[in-house]
Design a protein around this ligand. Structure first.
Ligand SMILES: [Zn+2]
Length: 291
């Protein structure tokens, strides 16, 4: 799996998240030196994310994660779904941004990023609540200093030219980097960048155990966002850009690709085992006549 990189992403990071589970996760990440991507909600108003009493030292913790080199992403503004719109990369129609006029989206983005900056946090990545945002959101992100989006079904990060609000390419030269997000648990995968996205609030004991196990098993292939971007050196990929904005098709293709990989991997492993067995019999004559 040498050319396979996994990026770990945790959504819904806010003062009232499940801290008991988070403590276990954080310990496992620190122990293995893993630098995840954390999607922080600036001003949570979503009752679903109110699991524990608010942590008084929440922003201290976020600053600490940032100092450790963990990547902080802006996860919307208040995590409230106000439109029935799937946006450009999702299927489910509920959004805090998609379908809203530019002026409203800009207000939310500015307020969200200001809240983080006031706390000394510099979000570098956009992760939309519900994975729902539209071309207007994408055009606005550079205004708040964000040039990386983590979303969509494709294999490798790619660049897309910045566009203005009316969809025209801007005079200002520049690119938006798109990083995929395709998995919700670890599984063997072909070469590529595979973002595993977790929502830990409802985790059971067995999910906690599985996470620890996976982090140990896949640890050698888990990378930080920096490492991912360095290794994959994103460039313009028109096919990926088209694919990721056709979510039904791209999700189907990625799932089919993973399934196929699993099947062929099983065959490769079986073949390897047979070859190893034959080699061992040939090189140890005593066992040549073993049944
Ligand atoms: Zn969320």
């Amino acid at each position: 799996m040498n050319n396979t990189q996994y990026l770990l992403r945790f959504d819904d990071i806010c003062p009232t998240m499940n801290w008991r589970v988070w403590t276990v996760i954080e310990t496992a990440l620190v122990r293995r030196g893993i630098k995840p991507l954390l999607a922080v909600v600036p001003d949570n108003h979503d009752p679903v994310l109110q699991v524990d009493a608010p942590a008084a030292d929440f922003w201290d913790r976020v600053r600490a994660w940032q100092e450790w080199g963990w990547t902080i992403a802006l996860h919307g503004f208040q995590h409230r779904y106000v439109t029935r719109n799937a946006g450009i990369v999702a299927v489910r129609k509920k959004s805090e941004f998609a379908g809203l006029p530019a002026v409203e989206q800009q207000e939310k983005l500015l307020r969200g990023v200001e809240m983080l900056e006031r706390e000394g946090i510099s979000p570098r990545v956009w992760i939309a609540p519900g994975n729902t945002f539209d071309d207007t959101t994408v055009a606005l992100l550079p205004k708040i200093g964000i040039r990386i989006i983590c979303d969509g079904y494709f294999r490798f990060p790619y660049l897309r030219p910045l566009a203005s609000l009316d969809g025209e390419r801007t005079m200002e030269k520049g690119w938006m980097t798109w990083v995929p997000q395709q998995l919700y648990y670890f599984r063997p995968a072909p070469p590529g960048v595979w973002t595993v996205c977790y929502h830990h609030n409802e985790w059971t004991e067995s999910q906690i155990g599985k996470f620890r196990e996976d982090v140990d098993n896949y640890g050698a292939n888990i990378a930080s966002l920096e490492e991912v971007l360095e290794k994959s050196a994103p460039h313009e990929r028109k096919w990926s850009a088209w694919l990721c904005t056709h979510p039904r098709l791209s999700r189907f293709l990625i799932r089919a690709e993973l399934k196929l990989w699993e099947v062929t991997r099983g065959r490769r492993q079986a073949t390897k085992a047979v070859v190893a067995d034959l080699t061992s019999r040939a090189t140890h004559p005593a066992s040549r006549y073993d049944p």
